[in-house]
Design a protein around this ligand. Structure first.
Ligand code: KG4
Ligand code: ZN
Length: 341
């Protein structure tokens, strides 16, 4: 099955053609236009600007995805679009483009949840790499979400925990802003942490082990702690001091994420852990998750870094599964900015 995936939920206009055989997805093309430069001077995503840019980029990006795959619309078996959650104006652009395409081509259309897309990015593994088989535990760590899901079957998800305040990516971006680094800050902090000492500053790890919140996360205290630390310094940190601060902050985030993910997997009796979402591209998170999973006898699945951050291939993958199960979007499909998985 060959499916076109379209993603416009936040600040990336992305389109990809994915071919799915025996449950494994292969991207025939995967085009991502990022708006990072557009939003950088505001220090975060400006929804109005995001919608406008999606409107300008959607068709060129889509066209490029088809060209790179060497296919025409008539060669496809279906269209998949992110219809939530996300910025409503941004989502509307993708949904309307996808509905119009479906109408004129007669291709089946499905609207998918962005978080399901992240979770199923693990099924786009290269030939020869093992695929995760449900049930598995999925940790979605992105700019807008930090959640643990038990994937009981593809399309059957049970939420086990969420962040109670900031998402992990949001914490990275806010701390980067405090440090004067450009938006989005996650990748910058990752890079600066390379030469830093993760033990230089003992930042807090968030929630205690209370049973009610044992699978939940909290990052706002950590962010405040970084702010207090910065205020205690005579000048903005640079060089080694900046690297040490980045590494210590990053370690606190990765420690708390991996600890809870492993705890939740064991608590729910799951032996497989899948990391996904933009923050899953973080090199220390990938390393620490591998260490902890090995120590606890869990099998870890890590999508390629480019499949962790927002892309169209993951949306095509999730859509292929739903289209294969006979699901179709109604002609009055709308965007659902608050859609919970
Ligand atoms: O999944 P994603 O592309 O978009 C959302 O659905 O939110 O995630 C974006 C988030 C941003 O907060 C960005 O700073 C973070 O992922 N991110 C990283 C890294 N690469 C992207 N955070 C830490 N380390 C990275 N290498
Ligand atoms: Zn995302």
């Amino acid at each position: 099955m060959r499916v076109l995936g379209l993603e416009t939920s936040c600040d990336e206009t992305a389109a990809a053609v994915v071919s799915v055989e025996a449950g494994r997805g292969r991207a025939l093309s995967d085009v991502v236009h990022t708006q990072a430069d557009l939003h950088a001077r505001f220090g975060g995503v400006v929804p109005e600007l995001a919608s406008r840019d999606h409107l300008q980029r959607a068709l060129p990006v889509l066209d490029e995805a088809l060209q790179k795959a060497g296919l025409a619309l008539t060669d496809l078996d279906g269209i998949s679009v992110t219809s939530g959650p996300g910025l409503v104006g941004a989502l509307l652009v993708g949904v309307q483009v996808a509905k119009s395409l479906a109408l004129v081509t007669g291709l089946p259309l499905v609207g998918v949840n962005h978080l399901e897309g992240h979770l199923l990015a693990a099924l786009l593994a290269a030939e020869g790499q093992p695929l995760p088989e449900p049930p598995w535990l999925g940790l979605v760590v992105s700019g807008g979400h930090t959640s643990l899901y038990e994937v009981r079957a593809l399309s059957d998800y049970r939420a086990l925990g969420h962040t109670l305040d900031d998402a992990a990516g949001e914490a990275f971006d806010k701390v980067a802003k405090l440090l004067g680094l450009p938006y989005p800050g996650g990748a910058q902090i990752d890079k600066l942490s390379k030469g830093g000492d993760p033990k230089a500053i003992a930042f807090p790890r968030g929630l205690s082990k209370r049973s009610r919140t044992q699978f939940d996360f909290s990052f706002s205290g950590l962010k405040t702690s970084v702010l207090h630390h910065l205020r205690s310094l005579p000048a903005k940190p640079e060089g080694q001091e900046l690297s040490d601060l980045c590494a210590s902050f990053q370690e606190a985030v990765c420690d708390s994420l991996t600890l809870r993910a492993v705890r939740a997997a064991k608590g729910a009796g799951l032996s497989r852990l899948v990391l996904c979402g933009g923050v899953a591209a973080n090199s220390r998170l990938r390393e620490l998750a591998a260490e902890r999973c090995a120590a606890e006898g869990l099998t870890l699945f890590l999508p390629e870094k480019r499949l962790c951050t927002d892309n169209g291939a993951m949306i095509a993958m999730a859509g292929a599964h739903r289209l294969g199960a006979g699901q179709r979007a109604p002609p009055d499909l709308s965007a659902d900015p608050g859609w919970r998985l």
